[in-house]
Design a protein around this ligand. Structure first.
Ligand code: EPU
Length: 345
């Protein structure tokens, strides 16, 4: 291993760094050269260096939404910027600027401890603050885009730092301008706007069930209820490797939805914008009999068919092989294409 840390402005680098603990699938992978980014100012020099040498590069946050190959060639930027400050506060909202490397769940817990409620529905989502706007993380009826004021990022195309206001981020279901422009933006800071006026958002079926006898829950009660549901339904990556939902919930035209519903009266779906319908991919996969199934070292989680797991010793190839089987069967049975949610690097 070779390391250097000449100045705060220079990122520390390591050769052949093992990343088993930095990807929630727990794949046995390593990075040819890893740069630990602890300050935004370190990013331009790293990107300039790899661009000049024509080397591949990618950014790794919490590693909770990626499928990694055995060796990550070129440069891997490990985002570890952990700054956090309240920028301003007036009678309407509080602006909080948070470094891209801050752990998402710890930030949510901090907002509640400090009386800035609003993000409680998004508790226990693995990953970092910097990754949150990229796929516009969402759960239990809330998407993070609603609470973002702006995002600061290094633009590898123009080699400058940019600030994108909320509208420019083009947030949509598991989508954003950053996701639409892969390999371009390195998110260094997210500025959240938390309104002072708070309202419980417990309409999502699973969450509503927790509050049948308490119609006015506090933010803390919602936070705890979300943690409870997630712990029951989703595997803890420390115990069993996974990347949360492996597929997006497919959005289909209303006509197709009606035809499917006629044939499958139990079909689970939600209304979506523009008269379309979002189908529960977990239900489709479950109906195909995959839940709890194993294929070598990988499989489908026993409590939630949308989650693929690494039982130990699995690889990206194994997971993608299983994913292909699922996609083919769902397509054959329902005529619906499932799109993989994590990034395949
Ligand atoms: N279902 C089944 N069998 C299954 C799984 C689900 O029949 O094995 C049916 C059930 O009827 C269930 C419905 O599908 O009520 C929906 O399932 P769930 O409430 O678990 O939500 P989801 O649509 O599977 C989405 C997000 C999750 C998020 C939850 C809660 C996506 C791709 N996934 O899952 O996000 O936590 O809603 O809001 O949108 C993630 O992105 O990694 C993630 C976990």
């Amino acid at each position: 291993m070779n390391s250097s840390q000449n100045a705060v402005s220079q990122a520390k680098s390591s050769l052949n760094l093992v990343l088993r603990d930095r990807n929630t699938f727990g794949f046995d992978v390593s990075a040819e050269v890893a740069y630990e980014i602890t300050a935004a100012e370190q990013v331009p020099a790293v990107i300039r260096g790899v661009t000049e040498k024509n080397l591949p590069w990618r950014v790794l946050g919490g590693g909770s939404n990626v499928i990694l190959p055995k060796v990550l060639s070129g440069a891997t930027l490990l985002m570890n910027i952990t700054s956090q400050e309240i920028v301003s506060s007036d009678e309407k909202a509080t602006l909080i600027a948070v470094g891209g490397g801050v752990n998402w769940h710890e930030f949510v817990a901090w907002t509640l401890d400090n009386h800035f409620p609003g993000l409680e529905n998004l508790a226990l989502i693995p990953g970092t603050v910097g990754a949150a706007p990229i796929q516009n993380i969402g759960a239990y009826g809330v998407e993070i885009g609603e609470y973002i004021d702006s995002v600061e990022a290094f633009d590898a195309k123009s080699h400058t730092f940019v600030t994108l206001a909320k509208d420019a981020c083009q947030f949509a279901y598991r989508d954003s301008y950053f996701k639409q422009n892969p390999h371009r933006f390195i998110v260094t800071k997210v500025i959240f706007k938390i309104p002072k006026q708070w309202q419980a958002r417990i309409h999502y079926a699973d969450l509503a069930k927790q509050f049948t006898s308490n119609l006015n829950p506090s933010p803390r009660e919602i936070f705890l209820a979300v943690c409870k549901i997630r712990t029951q339904k989703l595997p803890d990556p420390k115990m069993i490797g996974n990347a949360g939902s492996f597929f997006q919930n497919p959005i289909v035209p209303n006509e197709q939805y009606k035809t499917l519903l006629h044939k499958y009266p139990g079909l689970v779906s939600y209304p979506d914008a523009l008269g379309k319908r979002k189908l529960a991919a977990g239900w489709l996969i479950d109906q195909c009999g995959f839940k709890g199934q194993r294929m070598g070292n990988v499989g489908v989680y026993e409590n939630q068919a949308l989650v693929l797991v690494n039982h130990g010793g699995g690889t990206a190839q194994d997971i993608l092989g299983l994913a292909k089987c699922i996609q083919d069967k769902v397509k054959k049975e329902f005529g619906v294409s499932l799109e993989i949610e994590p990034n395949i690097l």
